[in-house]
Every structure is written in C-alpha cells, then in structure tokens.
Design a protein around this ligand. Structure first.
Ligand code: CTP
Length: 415
C-alpha cells in the first residue's frame, strides 16, 4: 500500500511516543521507508536505539550535526520525504509550528519542508481545549496541515476526554489518505483498516464531505470552516462495516480515510458532477458544507488594485446536490442529509428534510459557541419520518459509527 513511500516521522515528547514505535513497524510492514527524527523531549519517552532499530535507518537528532549537514543537510532531509508526520505532536510543538519557530531539528524541518504535514496531537485534555491550542490548530489548518485525532478516553494523567493520540492504525490510515495511496484490500485487511466482511459488504455508499471552494479569481476563493472531520469519520465507519465507499470531498483539512474511493473536487458544481458519476449507490450521506452561492462574475485574471474602485462580486446560486440526488432517477434507496443550523434547529431541520426530499436529516447546532464546526465533537438530532431522536454530544467518530450502524440496519431490513 505504501511501497516506496518515504515518511519523515518526527517523534515529539509525549507519553504516546511509545505508540510511534508501533507506527514505525506498521509503516515498514506496508512497504514505506521511515526516516525518524526524535526531539530532545521525545528522548525522555523512547530511546534513540529502539527508534533507529525499528526504522532500520540512522536516527536524526541534532540540527547542528556536522556529519549530517555535510552529507545531506536538514533542508534536503525535509524534502526527500513524501510526507512529514509528527506523532505525537505536543501542544508545544503545535505552538512552535503555528508560530513558525525553527530552533531545533524538528521545527526547522517543519519550516523547511515543501511536503504535506500530518500531525497526530497528543496532550492533556485541558491543554487540548485551551484557547491557545484551539488558535494554533486553526492556524495550522489554514496552513494546510492535516490532523488525525486526538481520540477520547482515559489519559495517562488520570483525566478523561479528548487528547489521546490516535491509534497507530488510524495514523496509518491518515497517512495513506494523505498520500492518496492506492488501496490494496489484502494489506488493509491485515492492518485492520478495512474488513472484507460486515453488514454492509456488497453495498455501495456515497459520502460527500468537506467545504467547497468557489473561485473569485485565479488566486482567491470563497470557503467555509468545514474541516471534513465528520464526513471522513462517516466514510471510515461505513468502510469498517464492509461497504464500498465513494468519498467525494472538497478541500478538507482532515485527510480522507484509507480504503475508500476518493474523488477530490473544489467547487459545488464539480461535487455534483462527481456525485452523479458515482451513482448508482445503495445509500448516500451528504455531509459536505456546500457553498450556497458561487461568484457569477469570476475573473479570469487576478483582480488588481488598479484605482478603478472596489471590486463588486455578483453571486449565483449553486445547485443543491442533496435535493438533486433525492429527486434523481437513480436515487439511492436511503438518502441522508445534514442540517447545519444556528437557531430553531429541529424546526429548520424538519422543514429541510421535506424540502430536500431526503429520508433522514442529522441536524446540528453550529453556532460559534458550540465549537462543532471544525471541532472534534458533534451533538446531533436524527430527524426521520417517524420523529426526532436526540443523540448525546459525542466524538465525531462515535456519531459516525452510530449512523453507519443505523444505515446498515435500514439497508439490511430492506425497508
Ligand atoms: N447541500 C447540498 N448542496 C448544496 C447545499 C447543501 O448537497 N448546495 C446539503 C448539505 O450537504 C447538507 C444539506 O444539504 O446535507 C443541508 O445543508 P445546509 O447548509 O444545512 O442547508 P442549506 O441548503 O444551505 O439551507 P439553508 O441555507 O436554508 O440553511
């Protein structure tokens, strides 16, 4: 699956560093070459010898290592990789990355690289929820840094909540997604990422995810804050139940899961075309935060401050992908939409379900105070023809698993 891919793995200083040893083993097992970098703090948690032995290659530790600098240099080291992975990525490392610091080998590599960067944050729950970490995460997302995790659960420090580093297999999944690696069913089966059986085996499910980008001119666009986290989690949960998943995604900051058919798009119109091309499907989940409007007078050249006054943008309404597919001749048997609302959530969602012609709507409150858009958790209400079910606030992965189980039950019952 990852044959001949080169991963620069930066191991930060966290108790989760021991899991990175397992990650190295999994990566090498999938055919990837791992070039490890251990930070000074990381050395407190795993030994340089075990990292180098598992990676099967010398370990990089120092910025001013004369031998390394003479032979290769940190600039080249950062660029020879296909992907840079930071696992565990501590709160301090995130702050350094967001601030552009370059005072040791790891931070210098992260500044010098021209490749994508994937971080697996790991820290105490309060540190994860701290406004500074929230700010840094948003900055990193804006910079195009991908994230996987953290998971919820009991932490080494005795507290409970989000902050545990994602499991090595989930990080593998994210690495494969970030590299757009081809999926080898046998390898995935072995790594536990994609079972070949399950209640959705033989079923095809379509998932839309992420924001759309609507161009203003060749260098500017209109977007929204969707990270694609909920859509990616739903695709992974459906895959885990054995479904063949077509994953049509806008430019999200969370990488697509491995083991799904990824179709990357930019605009709403491209998303609609990709969704139509993926039909027929047994079920479709429309999770994307599609831009309602696009710029009708998109400029072919960069708009300039040429003294002619402020540019005036004209808007045109985008096609409603969910409503189009719900009324399509090839309509999937089960069509599920989301309703992102900031007020009167249930009333709006119930009306939206009827207006768009879908079977189920997962309604959520995306008011700024909820931290849902771009956050790790979601609190949804399932609106169906039978009424409204309130689900508790849950990590997005668990919302996805519940939904996937419901989809499997519905398709299995033939109703
Ligand atoms: N959706 C879509 N295509 C669009 C807009 C929305 O497929 N052009 C889908 C979303 O993926 C989601 C559902 O429709 O499943 C509802 O999206 P939402 O943004 O909540 O609703 P809007 O259509 O924007 O309606 P309103 O502006 O009234 O909130």
């Amino acid at each position: 699956m990852l044959a001949n891919r080169r991963i620069l793995l930066i191991i930060g200083g966290g108790i989760a560093a021991y899991k990175s040893l397992e990650l190295i083993r999994l990566l090498r097992g999938a055919g990837a070459a791992v070039v490890p970098v251990l930070t000074r703090a990381g050395e407190q948690f795993v030994t340089p010898l075990s990292v180098a032995a598992l990676a099967g290659t010398p370990l990089h530790r120092d910025l001013f290592d004369l031998t390394t600098e003479a032979e290769m240099g940190h600039i080249q080291l950062s660029r020879a990789a296909d992907l840079v992975v930071v696992a565990p990525c501590t709160a301090d490392m995130m702050a350094k990355m967001a601030g552009g610091h370059a005072d040791d080998l790891a931070s210098t590599l992260l500044m010098a690289t021209d490749k994508r960067v994937l971080i697996a944050p790991a820290m105490n729950v309060r540190m994860w929820q701290h406004p500074a970490t929230r700010r840094n995460l948003a900055t990193l997302a804006d910079d195009g840094v991908l994230t996987v995790g953290p998971d919820h659960g009991d932490m080494a420090c005795g507290e409970h909540g989000p902050g545990r580093m994602a499991e090595p297999r989930a990080i593998m999944d994210a690495i494969a997604g970030a590299l757009g690696a081809g999926i080898d069913a046998a390898t995935l089966g072995e790594s536990g990422a994609a079972p070949v059986e399950g209640p959705l085996a033989g079923r095809h499910v379509l998932v839309t995810s992420g924001p759309t980008h609507e161009p203003i001119d060749p260098v500017r666009y209109i977007a929204n804050r969707s990270s694609g986290a909920q859509g990616a989690a739903i695709a992974a949960a459906l895959r885990d139940l054995g479904a063949r998943v077509s994953f049509v995604t806008g430019p999200a900051t969370v990488p697509p899961p491995a083991g799904v058919q990824v179709v990357a798009v930019q605009t709403a119109r491209e998303m609609l075309a990709a969704v139509k091309a993926a039909l027929p499907a047994d079920a479709a989940v429309f999770c994307a935060a599609v831009a309602d409007w696009r710029v009708a007078n998109e400029a072919g050249q960069k708009l300039k401050k040429d003294g002619a006054g402020l540019p005036v943008l004209e808007f045109a309404e985008n096609p409603d992908i969910l409503a189009t597919i719900a009324a399509h001749e090839n309509r999937p048997a089960l069509v599920v939409g989301f309703a992102a609302e900031t007020n009167d959530v249930i009333a709006h969602a119930t009306a939206k379900r009827a207006r768009k012609g879908c079977d189920w709507i997962l309604a959520n409150d995306v008011s700024p105070g909820t931290g849902i858009m771009g956050g790790a958790e979601n609190a949804v209400h399932l609106v169906t023809a039978d009424g409204v079910e309130d689900w508790p606030r849950l990590p997005k992965e668990q919302v996805a698993q519940r939904l996937a189980a419901r989809i499997a039950a519905r398709l299995g019952s033939g109703a």
